[in-house]
Design a protein around this ligand. Structure first.
Ligand code: 5AD
Ligand code: SF4
Length: 476
């Protein structure tokens, strides 16, 4: 008997599996019409959270019968998983949608979908409704688990299907996921953010903090390890506040201890840590761990206490420096990386000097430096003293120079040492070489056979090239 929408189960994930079945029927029909298996292309903008969400989208697309391809121009279904942290990501989406419109005119069977953070903004939806009518499906960050149901709707309904939720307290487990790498995987441990840094749009588009139960996380990782995963990246906007809003009595450090005990798992990474919530317990767990990588991403945003206060970061220049010192003392070979924003409203030359001072004092291995982007609806967007673009550019270049100088010094110091490297992929430029990652996240290029991809292997660091190394296999 043909399945219909009204008979769909109410509970998740059963409901979505039901829709995957219905959707498979539509995709099969499309295949007959097209004369080939329908193809899809998923493009991800933004952070690792979005990359993980895209793996979930691909999991469902494959399950309903699409072939995943890289070339967007040949795809029958194109989806953009968008980011809105800074405005340039939004502009890129609009630009690419223009090109997609042409493509759709040539291939009327083609479907275009948009999801992710940008879709949680009312102004974006208005603009899409007005000027981008050719888009078939729009959904947001809170209902991504409903993708199968929404995709089905695009086959059953005419016109744009739009489903955006303002917030959710729901976490749906056990949907299909198609991983990009067989040996490593991101794992969501929490969703959303409660911090409301004054420049940041994330709390508005990703909603309030929700942690997953540790049992669900452990089960997911155990299954991944059975499938060959050796490294996990625990994902959350602020992993240090993991466990705060659930019944279970657990902290992030406690979760790490449980994950450490999973047999067969070799490396644990996590991001992102908010400095204000980083506990001594976490430092202790990292110090004693054999699996947690020697890398901590600790966004400082600014080195000026005055600007940090305006940003609502809830720490000072001094307390950040103290924290960095404490971490380096406990774990001397740790690599510290950070995020910096230049051009926050009211930021002066002296404020930027403070930022550069912290860069030098901490000695970051790397720092992602961003030009402040005004996000509508955030408190900072309403501040009157926005900094003129030319000044921001100059200050940005000063910070960038300092960052590059410091990180070059930091990364270079390990020549001659033998370190464990997880080989991740064939080298982009030379197919006799593999590219891998040290525990501290630095890349290493080595002449090695591709059968070593996914394996952790000792490598001698021969030559530092500034931000990466050339290495040699050590015969075991
Ligand atoms: N402008 C510039 N950078 C921003 N970030 C977040 N919001 C903004 C903004 N409005 C940066 C922060 C954060 C990183 C993910 O993005 O540095 O840590
Ligand atoms: Fe944005 Fe601050 Fe939350 Fe990070 S901690 S996502 S910068 S509001």
């Amino acid at each position: 008997m043909l399945k219909t929408r009204d008979q769909a189960p109410v509970n998740e994930p059963e409901r979505q599996y039901y829709f995957m079945d219905i959707c498979s029927g539509y995709v099969k029909k499309l295949e007959e019409e097209l004369g080939h298996k329908p193809t899809c292309c998923v493009t991800t903008f933004g952070c690792q959270m979005n990359s993980r969400d895209s793996e979930k989208l691909v999991g469902i697309l494959e399950k309903v019968g699409y072939d995943v391809i890289e070339e967007e121009t040949k795809a029958d279904f194109v989806i953009y998983n968008t980011c809105t942290v800074r405005d340039n990501a939004n502009q890129r989406v609009y630009g690419r949608l223009g090109a997609l419109h042409h493509q759709k005119k040539k291939n009327p069977n083609m479907k275009i979908a948009l999801c992710g953070c940008m879709m949680q903004e009312d102004a974006v939806i208005e603009k899409l409704k007005k000027s981008y009518r050719f888009v078939d499906l729009i959904f947001g960050t809170h209902n991504i688990y409903k993708f199968a149901e929404l995709l089905t709707a695009t086959f059953e309904e005419k016109g744009m299907v739009i489903d955006i939720w303002k917030d959710t307290d729901k976490i749906v487990e056990d949907l299909p996921v198609e991983r990009k790498y067989f040996f490593k995987s991101g794992i969501n441990i929490m969703f959303g953010c409660n911090n409301f840094c004054s420049y940041c749009i994330v709390p508005y588009v990703r909603g309030r903090e929700r942690s997953r139960n540790s049992a669900d996380i452990i089960r997911e990782i155990e299954n991944l390890v059975k499938e060959g995963v050796v490294e996990v990246m625990l994902l959350g906007q602020n992993v240090n506040s993991y466990g705060k809003n659930i019944e279970e009595n657990i902290t992030f450090a406690g979760l790490l201890k449980k994950i450490e005990a999973i047999e067969g798992l070799e490396r644990i990474r996590f991001m992102t840590s908010h400095p204000k919530d980083l506990s001594d317990e976490l430092i202790e767990v990292m110090k004693n761990s054999k699996k947690i990588c020697k890398h901590l991403h600790l966004p400082m945003q600014s080195g000026s206490t005055r600007i940090l206060k305006e940003m609502n970061r809830r720490y000072t220049k001094e307390s950040y420096l103290e924290l960095a010192e404490k971490i380096k003392k406990a774990i001397p070979d740790i690599s510290l990386t950070t995020d910096i924003i230049v051009g926050f409203p009211g930021e002066t030359h002296e404020d930027v000097n403070e930022t550069i001072d912290v860069v030098r004092k901490v000695g970051f291995d790397n720092a992602f430096t961003f030009i402040y982007s005004k996000r509508t609806g955030t408190p900072a967007a309403a501040m009157e003293n926005q900094v003129p673009e030319e000044i921001v550019k100059e200050e940005f270049n000063r910070v960038l120079e300092a960052v590059q100088e410091v990180s070059k010094e930091r990364t270079g110091g390990l020549e001659g040492q033998v370190v464990d490297v997880l080989f991740e992929e064939l080298n982009d430029h030379d197919s006799t070489m593999l590219t891998g990652r040290m525990s501290n996240n630095t890349l290493v290029h080595v002449v090695a056979d591709k059968t070593l991809v996914g394996k952790i292997v000792p490598v001698k660091l021969i030559e530092s090239k500034g931000f990466y190394y050339m290495g040699e296999l050590v015969l075991q």
